[in-house]
Design a protein around this ligand. Structure first.
Ligand code: CTP
Ligand code: MG
Length: 489
């Protein structure tokens, strides 16, 4: 969805502009869409003919326009048709084409007073002759009731003066606990490490930028070989607890932890020791993301066993119980939930609670383990309908095991494409989409500006999401991290 003058426009969509000359169609289109998304009959007259006003070129211009519209809609790409929009047969054909492409069809009616259109027209280098404009203005009056009856998914009137832009996110102050004005926190997940010659310098830059950009924390992916979803097998993927130790030395206010540590990598007691040490070093800002593990190849390569899923899930449950037993005060023996420890002597003590974030979306076991033992459950989707459903499943497990729902926070892993403006968003989509069609990749990554992602995150908060772990495909430099700061306002 795109926020325009207070109206939510679907995106991608077909957007047909309707309005007289001088009503501001092209100006509105340029303010809200990338140039490549706008197909203008005037501009095409200038391309196939002598200039925007070369009426002899209209036939050729419209032929090209129809070709462009059909090609873009066929690819599921947003298409803004900038013509007078006063021909009902053309409107119907565009609407039908959008339907065939599965895109919503939106009519945008320029609600500009006649006198203002005349004034702007008169001020132009090449005004439309007065009688022609008068005819257009009559047609626009008549088109209004027609649009309502034509079967558009949305008819949007645009007033003459643009509503003031929404305040820039940076003007809103985040609260000290780093919950944003959206009502959630975000944690930067670092999954790729293009650190060149100086790993520590790169890490320092990224972590300081995350702190400055208002992230609540920083999470490192825990893998032994870089996963194909993120990079190439020969890209560096550092051991996270060592790396977090280096970041702990920077004195940021970030919470530090993993997302996610496979239970198969280290005995649970060793993970408990690493996290307790990190907690001590950071004044209580450590967390542990933990899951059942999934990638057999890295286990084989490092000489680790990779038991069947059922056993890994049993191990996951016992690992959380073991860590919590070791972090609890005292040194007494522990015997519960199938875990038997003759003593729980673990020093240094954690300097604060260490939240355990259970990763995975397995509905029968993983969510139940999170409900029974986790402090948070990280759901691997930001599809809102699916998310709502999974939260329901999690809550049902909470009810079932007798745990208060509020004790298990909902977190999500978000993998968005974020750009500075619409052009930048699409440049990034093109850079990263590989062989995936642009519209598909853009939809999957919710490709949008910071403002667009804020709208989405507000809806996630409404669903009950407490923390968003965010990893973008563009985290190469501190500047890339700082560009995300508006998300945390
Ligand atoms: N304009 C303005 N304030 C607006 C919108 C437009 O002053 N809110 C001015 C533009 O700068 C331009 C003129 O009005 O000089 C016409 O705007 P334009 O967007 O070009 O109108 P269109 O509807 O696209 O006109 P045409 O059909 O002739 O292309
Ligand atoms: Mg125009």
């Amino acid at each position: 969805m795109r926020q325009t003058d207070g109206v939510q426009l679907p995106d991608p969509a077909l957007v047909v502009l309707v309005g007289a000359s001088g009503s501001g169609k092209s100006t509105w289109a340029a303010a809200h869409y990338r140039a490549a998304e706008v197909v203008s009959s005037d501009e095409l007259r200038g391309i196939v003919g002598g200039g925007p006003h070369d009426l002899d070129a209209s036939g050729d211009a419209f032929a090209v326009l129809e070709t462009v519209v059909a090609a873009r809609l066929g690819r599921g790409l947003t298409t803004v048709v900038d013509t007078l929009g006063l021909d009902p047969a053309k409107r119907r054909a565009w609407r039908d084409a959008a339907r065939a492409a599965g895109l919503p069809a939106v009519a945008v009616l320029m609600d500009t007073p006649d006198v203002e259109c005349r004034r702007r027209n008169a001020a132009r280098d090449r005004p439309v002759p007065a009688p022609v404009l008068a005819g257009q203005l009559r047609s626009v009056r008549d088109v209004r009731p027609l649009l309502e009856a034509e079967g558009w998914d949305l008819v949007v009137p645009v007033r003459a003066e643009h509503a003031p832009e929404a305040p820039a996110p940076a003007e809103v102050r985040s609260t000290p606990d780093r919950t944003s004005s959206l009502g959630l926190r975000s944690v930067l997940q670092v999954s790729r490490f293009p650190w060149g010659e100086d790993p520590l310098d790169w890490l320092t830059g990224i972590a300081r930028a995350a702190d400055e950009a208002g992230f609540a924390g920083l999470a490192l992916m825990d893998h032994l070989i870089q996963v194909p979803q993120v990079g190439r097998a020969w890209d560096p993927i550092p051991e996270p607890w060592v790396t977090l130790g280096a970041i702990a030395g920077l004195g940021t206010g970030l919470e530090l932890g993993t997302l996610c540590t496979p239970v198969t990598f280290r005995p649970a007691g060793i993970t408990a020791k690493a996290a307790a040490t990190l907690s001590a070093l950071t004044g209580g800002r450590a967390f542990v993301g933990i899951g059942a593990g999934w990638w057999e190849r890295e286990h084989a390569a490092y000489g680790l066993t990779f038991p069947p899923a059922r056993d890994r899930l049993d191990d996951l449950e016992r690992a959380i119980v073991t860590m919590k037993a070791l972090w609890a005060s005292g040194t007494k023996a522990y015997d519960d939930h199938g875990v038997v420890l003759p003593e729980t002597t673990s020093y240094p003590r954690p300097a604060g609670p260490i939240p355990v974030v259970v990763g995975g979306s397995g509905e029968r076991r993983t969510l139940r383990i999170a409900a029974a033992h986790g402090d948070a459950c990280n759901l691997r989707t930001t599809d809102e309908a699916e998310l709502e459903r999974l939260i329901g499943v999690l809550h049902a497990h909470c009810d079932d095991v007798g745990r208060a729902r509020e004790e298990v926070a909902v977190t999500v892993l978000d993998l968005p494409v974020v750009g500075s403006d619409r052009d930048d968003v699409w440049a990034r989509v093109e850079r990263h989409r590989g062989r995936t069609p642009a519209a598909t990749y853009a939809a999957r990554t919710h490709a949008a500006t910071v403002a667009g992602h804020r709208d989405r995150w507000a809806r996630l908060a409404g669903l009950g999401v407490d923390t968003v772990f965010i990893a973008t495909p563009d985290l190469g430099s501190p500047e890339d991290v700082l560009a995300l700061r508006g998300l945390n306002a």
